[in-house]
Design a protein around this ligand. Structure first.
Ligand SMILES: [Ca+2]
Length: 81
């Protein structure tokens, strides 16, 4: 991934972060991630929700059950590389 691809992935990640961060406090809680996963898989198929939820919660590098913008962006960019 070159610098411009990295910058694009980063800006996509920041947009997505704002969508998930329902109360706009700069942290994604488990509840916010779950709500977003249910809304965006557009199905109640448990596996699809679980997969999206798992891929977002995996960004919680310090395992404090909330995901900061920097954690989320770093995780997203790495997952696109
Ligand atoms: Ca939040």
């Amino acid at each position: 991934m070159d610098d411009s691809q990295r910058a694009q992935a980063e800006s996509r990640a920041r947009m997505m972060f704002r969508e998930i961060d329902a109360d706009a406090d700069g942290q994604l809680t488990v509840q916010e991630i779950l709500d977003y996963s249910i809304k965006n898989t557009r199905s109640y198929e448990p596996f699809a929700v679980d997969k999206m939820f798992g891929s977002i919660i995996a960004a919680d590098a310090d395992k404090n059950h909330s995901v900061s913008e920097e954690e989320f962006v770093r995780h997203y960019v790495e997952s696109q590389a």
